[in-house]
Design a protein around this ligand. Structure first.
Ligand SMILES: Nc1nc2c(ncn2[C@@H]2O[C@H](COP(=O)(O)OP(=O)(O)OP(=O)(O)O)[C@@H](O)[C@H]2O)c(=O)[nH]1
Ligand SMILES: [K+]
Ligand SMILES: [Mg+2]
Length: 383
C-alpha cells in the first residue's frame, strides 16, 4: 500500500471514530501516524533531485517578504508598483515563472519583496513549480498571501493548506514545549501547567508511536494533542537534519512559524460592502494595484508585521548617524549589530562592552547579548 492510500485509510478511520475521553488516546495515535505519513509524502523523492528546494535568490536587505497566491491575482503588478523592479504582468496565468526580487525602502529599512510564480492546489505535493514556491516561502520573514477579491473565499483556505503541508505555521506562536532525546532512562514527562486539552497517557502513546522511549519532555502551556504532535515532528526533523548536515531550508518536516498578511487585490472590481467586510478581517489589507489604492498602507503594515527595530550607530565623540540606521529583527542583540558591521568585532569584543541608549545622556554599558530597543543608539568599543 502506498503512502497516499495509508493516509486515506487513517483519515477514514479517524472520521469513523467518535471523539470522546475513551477514544482520545487511540485518536492521538492515529493523528501521530497521519502526521508522520504526511511528512514522508513531502520528503524529497530519493532520486529525482532536490525537490523542495526554493529558488536560488540571494537574501538581501533587512528582511524578506514572499508573495504567495494563485495565478493572476496581481503579484507581479504589486512588485512593479512597490519597488523599482519590473516584473512581467499579463492577463494569462503563470506569467511569472521564477522568483523576482525587488526592494521596498521604508523607514530606513531595505525590505526584499519576492514575486513568485502562482501556485495551484496540490503545489506542496510537487505540482508545477509549486513545491519550489512553497519552499521559498519558508525562507521568508513575512508571507503575503495575495488573493483576488473577486474570487471565492475558498482560495484563502486552499493556500493555507498548501503552506501548512510544508510545515509553515502562519501567525502562530511556537508552542512552549521542550524536548530532549536521551539514550537511556525512559520517558520523563513534566508539565508546569494543568493539561486540559490532552493528557499524559496520550502524550506517552504518541512518543511510543514515534519509538521515542528515552527522552525528557517539558510542557509549559496547555497544548492540544495536535499541537504536541506538531512540535514533536518538527523536533524530530531538526534532529534528522543535524545528522545530515545540509541546509536547513530543505527539509519539509521542520516547522516554521511565520507571520502573514492576507492581501486582497482588485478591490476596484467588488462592491463597497465587500471591501468593508474584508478590510475589517484580522491580518488583512485590501488594495487595488491598478487604481493605486491603499498601497502605502500595505507597506506600513508590512513594516509593522516584520517588527524591525532601527538602531543608530555613533562614533566616539561624534553625534549619532541618524541618516543611516541599522535595521534588525525584534530581539536582536549587540552581537547582531557587531556581526552586521564585521565578523571580527565579536571575537575582538573585550570585556563585554558596548553602549546602548536612547538620546539621553545616560548611556549604559551593556554586554554582547543585550537586546536592543527601537531607536537605540549604539557605540562599540573594542578597546
Ligand atoms: N481589476 C484589477 N486588475 C488587476 C489589478 N492588479 C492586477 N490586475 C490584473 O490582473 C492580471 C494579472 O496580473 P499579474 O500581476 O500578472 O498577476 P500575477 O499574480 O503575477 O500572475 P502570475 O504571474 O501569472 O501568477 C493582469 O491583467 C493585471 O492587469 C487590480 O488591482 N485590479
Ligand atoms: K498573470
Ligand atoms: Mg506574476
Amino acid at each position: 500500500m502506498g503512502i497516499v492510500e495509508k493516509i486515506k485509510e487513517i483519515e477514514e478511520e479517524m472520521a469513523r471514530t467518535q471523539k470522546n475521553k475513551a477514544t482520545e488516546y487511540h485518536l492521538g495515535l492515529l493523528k501521530a501516524k497521519l502526521a508522520r505519513y504526511r511528512a514522508q509524502l513531502l520528503e524529497p523523492a530519493s532520486k529525482s533531485g532536490p525537490a523542495g528546494v526554493g529558488f536560488d535568490v540571494q537574501k538581501s536587505g533587512d528582511a524578506r517578504v514572499a508573495l504567495i497566491g494563485f495565478p493572476s491575482v496581481g503579484k507581479s503588478t504589486l512588485l512593479s508598483k512597490c519597488t523599482h523592479t519590473a516584473s512581467e504582468t499579463a492577463a494569462y496565468e503563470f506569467t511569472t515563472l521564477t522568483a523576482i526580487p525587488g526592494v521596498i525602502e521604508y523607514q530606513g529599512a531595505r525590505i526584499q519583496l519576492l514575486d513568485l510564480p502562482g501556485i495551484v492546489e496540490g503545489a506542496s505535493q510537487g505540482r508545477g513549480r509549486g513545491r519550489q514556491v512553497v519552499a521559498t516561502a519558508k525562507t521568508a520573514d513575512l508571507i503575503l498571501i495575495m488573493l483576488d477579491a473577486t474570487k471565492s473565499e475558498e482560495q484563502r483556505r486552499l493556500l493555507e493548506i498548501e503552506l501548512d503541508a510544508v510545515g509553515i505555521r502562519l501567525n502562530k506562536r511556537k508552542p512552549d514545549v521542550v524536548f530532549k532525546r536521551r539514550t537511556t532512562g525512559g520517558i520523563t514527562l513534566n508539565t508546569t501547567v494543568k493539561l486540559t486539552k490532552t493528557d499524559e497517557k496520550t502524550i506517552r502513546t504518541i512518543l511510543a508511536g514515534y519509538k521515542l522511549h528515552n527522552c525528557d519532555v517539558m510542557i509549559r502551556e496547555d497544548i492540544t494533542t495536535d499541537e504536541f504532535i506538531d512540535v514533536l515532528i518538527g523536533m524530530i526533523a531538526i534532529c534528522a537534519e543535524a545528522n545530515r548536515s545540509f541546509g536547513s531550508e530543505t527539509t519539509t518536516g521542520t516547522r516554521k512559524y511565520i507571520p502573514c498578511l492576507y492581501v486582497y487585490n482588485k478591490i476596484d472590481a467588488i462592491s463597497l460592502e465587500l471591501v468593508d467586510k474584508l478590510a475589517r478581517t484580522e491580518s488583512t489589507v485590501v488594495i487595488s494595484c491598478e487604481m493605486d489604492l491603499n498601497l502605502d498602507y500595505l507597506i506600513e503594515r508590512i513594516w509593522e508585521s516584520l517588527e524591525l527595530v532601527k538602531v543608530y550607530t555613533k562614533k566616539r565623540g561624534a553625534r549619532p548617524d541618524l541618516s543611516d540606521p541599522v535595521c534588525l529583527r525584534k530581539g536582536a542583540t549587540i552581537e547582531d549589530v557587531c556581526l552586521g558591521i564585521h565578523k571580527s568585532l565579536v571575537s575582538n569584543f573585550p570585556l563585554d562592552r558596548g553602549r546602548s541608549s536612547k538620546f539621553s545622556p545616560h548611556a549604559q554599558k551593556v554586554s554582547l547579548n543585550h537586546q536592543l530597543q527601537d531607536e537605540d543608539v549604539v557605540s562599540i568599543f573594542t578597546k
